[in-house]
Write a protein that binds this ligand. Structure first.
Ligand SMILES: NC(=O)c1ccc[n+]([C@@H]2O[C@H](COP(=O)([O-])OP(=O)(O)OC[C@H]3O[C@@H](n4cnc5c(N)ncnc54)[C@H](OP(=O)(O)O)[C@@H]3O)[C@@H](O)[C@H]2O)c1
Length: 193
């Protein structure tokens, strides 16, 4: 675990138990096989600019959205229509990185509460062009208590993002959690549209 304020990462690691531990951002990246950038898009850009060489050869998981808030607190899109946050992040990474868009299609409360749902697990969609990243993320999504489903490649990342992504719980899925059959239909719906 890493954070801007390392004491927060330490507190979370303590809460999670003996298999978790806190480190500086640089040490956390250097020691990991898989790096989940659970930070805002602008922060991801800063971290890649600073630590790109540490990322080479690793799986990088990107849950980010092109989202910000205006002065009145209204959610706004921070990238031009049609440009995904995934395309921006992937474009900044060294060529040896295994990039995958994942872990962002549920809102935080649902991600926390819907793990190991019964009788049918809730789906987390992912998108990647990279087979190694796909294998890794499927394992991580299952370990987290969800069902993985590939929505497509990097060109489809925008479907997994807010605002507007048709495969995002807060977008086209209208707050729903979907099981594997529903998720397959949702992926196919756009492809056949
Ligand atoms: N929240 C959701 O429902 C949701 C759903 C899907 C996807 N996402 C995406 O997930 C990402 C994170 O969202 P969030 O809601 O979790 O944001 P958040 O609650 O604001 O948390 C941001 C995290 O980034 C850390 N951070 C900030 N600057 C940093 C730096 N320079 N170096 C290292 N860590 C830094 C913060 O550390 P400190 O704790 O020390 O400040 C904090 O842990 C965003 O890209 C968002 O679009 C969020």
């Amino acid at each position: 675990m890493a954070a801007k304020d390392e004491s927060r990462a330490e507190a979370l690691a303590r809460e999670l138990g003996p298999l978790a531990r806190a480190a500086s951002v640089e040490d956390a990246i250097a020691d990991a096989d898989v790096v989940v950038f659970a930070v805002w898009l602008d922060t991801i850009k800063e971290l890649i600019a600073k630590d790109a060489r540490l990322l080479d050869g690793k799986v990088v998981v990107d849950p980010s959205n092109p989202l910000g808030f205006d002065e009145s607190g209204q959610m706004i899109r921070t990238l031009p229509e049609g440009q995904s946050s995934g395309s921006v992040v992937a474009g900044l990474l060294p060529a040896g990185v295994h990039y995958v868009k994942a872990f962002g299609t549920l809102v935080a409360d649902a991600l926390a509460s819907a793990a190991n749902r019964e009788p049918r697990r809730a789906v987390l969609f992912y998108a990647t062009d990279d087979d190694a990243a796909a294998t890794t993320i499927e394992g991580l999504i299952r370990a987290a208590g969800f069902e993985p489903l590939k929505a497509g490649g990097l060109a489809d990342a925008g479907r997994l993002e807010m605002p507007g992504g048709d495969l995002h719980q807060g977008g086209g899925l209208n707050g729903q959690l979907v099981d594997l059959d529903q998720a397959r239909s949702a992926v196919a719906a756009e492809l056949s549209a």
